[in-house]
Design a protein. Structure first.
Length: 80
């Protein structure tokens, strides 16, 4: 999945990366949830959507994903 974001091994394809992050994120993979959140936050492979970004960062953070927790704080989403 990450290879599609970075390119090199396979051609860079943000939409393909989002597709695979989404499949894995829906199955509860915290790392994929964090990556998908970043894609929504920065508009990689889909339109920017801060609400979706926040949702996926929170899901990953709730599973103990340290990077998602850090990014959730860094992007200063209001607490709900």
């Amino acid at each position: 999945m990450v290879y599609y974001l970075e390119g090199g091994i396979v051609p860079k394809d943000n939409a393909e990366a989002v597709k695979w992050f989404g499949k894995s994120a829906e199955q509860g993979n915290a790392d994929a949830q964090c990556r998908l959140a970043e894609c929504y936050h920065f508009g990689r492979g889909l339109p920017v959507d801060k609400a979706e970004s926040q949702k996926w960062f929170r899901m990953a953070s709730e599973q103990g994903h340290a990077e998602a927790t850090r990014l959730l704080r860094q992007y200063t989403f209001p607490r709900q």
